[in-house]
Each structure stands twice: as structure tokens, then as C-alpha cells.
Design a protein around this ligand. Structure first.
Ligand code: ATP
Ligand code: MN
Length: 483
């Protein structure tokens, strides 16, 4: 007998034909048994929609369905028929049901009911099987693809920058050490300190906090490049917007000034958001309903004015506001919440770093749209940013989003060798580990720019989820590296 080829559920809803015989494999979400028929909702991860399997108990007895339990994997052969009640155009009239893997209902942690996100984090190995997390997973994939497509279509080259780094001057946060030395009994140098010359790489190494410095090297030959890799920060910020391991998109462009850089960042964000709206509408509709449910639980004044889809469309349809740090500072200083002492960090002196409460005020209350802040005080930004002639500010640009705060941090880079060296000396940065970076300013230097987009921050915005731990499959945060 000819073997039927497996059909994915998404295919059935897109192109399935009435009366066609199909074989479907997937996992049971729910089973409902009534007098003469049983209904099984099954899902294979290809779509948010479950396929309804209808079992005539005269053909397949109820006792044969005993192991068809939530979480079990099954193969169903049958005929597609037009559905009366499942909410889908087609359902599957079962002729044969095979249990591939059982799931004991007394032990299986996922019940067909709403579980809290906190609980689902504890069972991250199984949460892909929930509607919420599978929708997030599909959107994550679509956004990754859209980002590569965006850059590819514009002539950028993807560069793999190293994950293990020997320079500790990237300056973006605390780093994780990479070492094979025996922690109990490490070799010591003449001064009694751990001798990293004996370590695997012959020097102290860490996990990278950014691929930027290496991406700059590539840009100064290939003109337009980007990295999209994992980055690691050992900062102890236990917030809903920080991970210890996250993914970052870092384009770097020769012959781009800060304005070209802002244009690219805005175009990219709009492109990927539009891509999600065009290609993930089922998943976004599902998450939108979820978002509205969550909103109902909030106090009236904390509810957002727009639903998830409206918010995405709003960002697409409005130019981002572009202001300087100094303008932002004045707005914040004279703002109602500042005068009434409502900010946790009062805005008093020019030069202070902006906190996420300030960023969100500018975006959500003042301008009511995404904002790009430029020309930050030199003291609060990294050494490689291009210095303005005022001697106080640098050509930084942060993109601030509603709900998120900072989603992109970038700048025009200092291409002038002497100015860069001066700054490195002022800050006491070890130049020995950066000699290669400095040489690009000696040989054929050009104005260039780039930025870093935190991929999970983008995910938060597009999915409307509130916690960054729920938009990456296996989050790494302080005291948590399970799975
Ligand atoms: P923040 O002030 O929010 O901690 P940052 O100033 O440390 O951000 P950058 O060093 O400029 O951020 O990194 C570039 C981008 O990477 C940020 O705009 C943000 O989107 C993302 N990002 C930074 N730190 C984290 C983190 N710990 N987890 C997830 N994303 C992050
Ligand atoms: Mn940070």
C-alpha cells in the first residue's frame, strides 16, 4: 500500500481540499468525548490554529482513545471535511489514530487551561507547546529572517564576529570570564596574581558584550556590514528588559554620518515591523487578544491607548522625532512628573544619564511616538563615539520606543586617530589590547557609523509581551541558567 506523505497543519488551512485524504502528525492539545463522537484538537507548531480531528466512536472506540491525552503525540489518517463548528474551514474525519508517544495525564505539567508566564518559565522545555509561546517562536523566526533580508537587499555583508574576546575595552558592561584554569589551584605570576598567560588563549579572555569593534574593521573595507550574534553581559540588572545573554544586530557602515545612521535605523525598524504585520497576522491577532486581556486587569490610568496592532501600525506610519540630549533634558527638567517629584531619578543636572522612566516619558507622554535622541554628554557614552566640536557631547543616537525605552544605541564613530587616542588616554583604557582597532584610523580612515539593536527588545515591542524572559526560548538571567 502506498504510504501517505505527512501534511503540515498550516498547509491544510491554506490549501486543503474537501474530501482529500491526509496524514497529520502532531501533539494533542485537548480531547473532548461525547456520546457518539470525540473531538481532538491537535497542533504541530506550524500555525496558531489547532486542527480539529473528529472521531466517530462507532469507527474507533473510546477505549482506543485512552492514550490520546493532552501532550501525547499522535499520527492521524483521515479525510478532510468542511467544518461546521471548529472555527476553521476544514476538520479531519479520523480513520486511523496512532499514538506515537504517550503523556501521562497525571504527570504532564501543561493542562488545557491558562498557565501563568512565571510557571511556564519553570517548564521552558515544554512551553513551546503553548499557543502563546509557539506564536512568539514563529514571530521570532520571522523577525530574524526579515532582518537578514533587509540587510541583504541593501548590499550589506553579514560578518561573524568573535564570541570570545581578548579585549576588555568594549566598555558596554561587565563581562563573563572564559577560562580553562583550575579554579581551585590556578597558576600564579611573580606578583601572586592568577597567571592568565597559562590559560587556554595565553591571556585573559571573556565572552563578548558587542561585535561592534570587529564589525568596524570589516566596514572599513566592505563598506556595509552587519553582525547578528549573541552577546553577554554580567550586569546584575534583574529587570524585565535585561538578559545576561541576548542577541544583537549591529550594522556598521563606512561613509555614513549620524544622519544616515538614523535614517537606516528608522527604515530598518519600520521594515521589520511591517514584515511581521504582513507575515505573522494570525500570531499577532492571537497576541493582540492576549494583550487586551492583560490590559483589562490593569487600572484604567495604566492601560495603553492603543492595542498591539494599532501600536505597530502607529510606529510604521509616523516619522520618529529627532531631538538632542540637551533638548530632551530641558523637556524632562520642566516636566510635570519631575516638578512633582514623581521620577525615581530627579532630572536636575545636565550630564546625567537618562533612565528608562525618562525615556518612556519622552516617548509615551511628551511626543507620543518613537524618539531618537542625539548628541549625548561625552562622559556617559563610550570612548569610540565621535566627538562634537563643543568638547562636551558626542555623536551618539539612541532610539527610544514606547513600552521599551532604549531599543537601539548607536553613534557616528570617532575616525580621527589623535582624538580617539586622546580619549583612550583620558579614560585610562588599555590600548595594548586595541592596537588593531586603532590601526584602522591610521590606514585609510573614513567617517563611519553603526548601531546595536537588542533583538529581544524588538521582540518585546512586536509581541507586546511584558517580560524579556518570555521572548527568548531559554533566558539567562542572574541565578538562572536552567535548560
Ligand atoms: P540599557 O541602558 O537599556 O541597559 P545599554 O546602554 O547598556 O542599554 P547598549 O550597550 O547601547 O545598551 O546596547 C545596544 C542595545 O542592546 C540596547 O539598545 C538594547 O536594545 C540592547 N541591550 C543592552 N543590554 C541588554 C540586555 N542586558 N538585555 C537585552 N538587551 C540589551
Ligand atoms: Mn545596559
Amino acid at each position: 500500500m502506498e504510504e501517505l506523505r505527512k501534511t503540515v497543519i498550516k498547509e491544510i488551512f491554506a490549501h486543503g481540499q474537501d474530501q482529500k485524504k491526509v496524514l497529520v502528525k502532531g501533539w494533542v492539545r485537548t480531547k473532548r468525548v461525547s456520546k457518539n463522537v470525540a473531538f481532538i484538537a491537535m497542533n504541530d507548531g506550524s500555525t496558531i490554529h489547532n486542527l480539529q480531528v473528529v472521531v466517530d466512536l462507532a469507527d474507533i472506540s473510546e477505549s482506543n482513545l485512552y492514550d490520546v491525552q493532552t501532550g501525547a503525540s499522535i499520527a492521524v489518517t483521515g479525510k478532510l471535511v468542511e467544518s461546521k463548528g471548529s472555527g476553521q474551514a476544514l476538520e479531519l474525519l479520523a480513520e486511523k489514530i496512532e499514538i506515537i508517544g504517550k503523556a501521562n495525564p497525571d504527570e504532564y505539567p501543561l493542562q488545557p487551561k491558562k498557565h501563568s508566564l512565571e510557571f511556564l518559565r519553570e517548564i521552558a522545555h515544554l512551553r513551546f507547546r503553548t499557543s502563546t509561546f509557539s506564536a512568539i517562536t514563529r514571530i521570532r523566526h520571522a523577525l530574524i529572517f526579515a532582518i537578514h533580508k533587509f540587510f541583504n537587499d541593501r548590499g550589506f555583508y553579514n560578518i561573524h564576529t568573535p564570541i570570545v574576546t581578548g579585549s576588555d575595552a568594549e566598555g558596554a558592561g561587565d563581562m563573563f570570564r572564559v577560562s580553562v584554569l583550575d579554579p581551585q589551584n590556578p597558576p600564579l605570576d611573580e606578583n601572586g596574581r592568577v597567571d592568565f598567560r597559562e590559560d587556554f588563549f595565553g591571556k585573559e579572555t571573556h565572552l563578548t558584550v558587542s561585535g561592534q569593534l570587529e564589525a568596524e574593521l570589516a566596514a572599513l573595507a566592505m563598506s556595509k556590514v552587519y553582525t547578528f550574534g549573541p552577546t553577554f553581559r554580567a550586569e546584575n540588572s534583574n529587570t524585565s528588559r535585561h538578559l545576561a545573554e541576548f542577541w544583537m544586530i549591529e550594522p556598521e557602515m563606512a561613509f555614513y554620518d549620524i544622519h544616515d545612521n538614523m535614517d537606516l535605523a528608522e527604515e530598518m525598524l519600520k521594515y521589520v515591523i511591517k514584515y511581521a504585520l504582513d507575515n505573522c497576522s494570525d500570531d499577532l491577532d492571537f497576541l493582540n487578544k492576549r494583550f487586551l486581556d492583560e490590559e483589562k486587569r490593569k487600572k484604567q490610568e495604566e492601560r495603553s491607548e492603543m492595542n498591539l496592532i494599532e501600536r505597530l501600525e502607529f510606529v510604521l506610519n509616523n516619522p520618529f522625532e529627532r531631538i538632542t540630549y540637551t533638548e530632551a533634558f530641558d523637556i524632562l527638567k520642566n516636566s510635570k512628573p519631575n516638578k512633582k517629584g514623581k521620577f525615581n531619578y530627579p532630572v536636575e543636572t545636565w550630564g546625567m544619564d537618562m533612565q528608562s522612566e525618562h525615556e518612556r516619558y519622552l516617548v509615551e507622554k511628551h511626543y507620543k511616538k518613537p524618539v531618537i535622541v542625539t548628541d549625548y554628554p561625552m562622559e556617559i557614552k563610550a570612548f569610540y563615539m565621535k566627538q562634537n566640536d563643543d568638547g562636551k557631547t558626542v555623536r551618539a543616537m539612541d532610539v527610544l520606543f514606547p513600552q521599551i525605552g532604549e531599543i537601539i544605541g548607536g553613534s557616528q564613530r570617532e575616525e580621527n586617530y589623535d582624538r580617539l587616542m586622546n580619549r583612550i588616554n583620558e579614560l585610562g583604557i588599555e590600548k595594548e589590547t586595541l592596537w588593531w582597532f586603532l590601526e584602522t584610523r591610521k590606514y585609510g580612515t573614513v567617517p563611519h557609523s553603526g548601531y546595536g539593536l537588542g533583538f529581544e527588545r524588538l521582540m518585546l515591542f512586536v509581541t507586546g509581551m511584558g517580560n524579556i524572559r518570555d521572548v527568548i526560548p531559554f533566558p539567562r538571567t542572574p541565578k538562572n541558567a536552567e535548560f
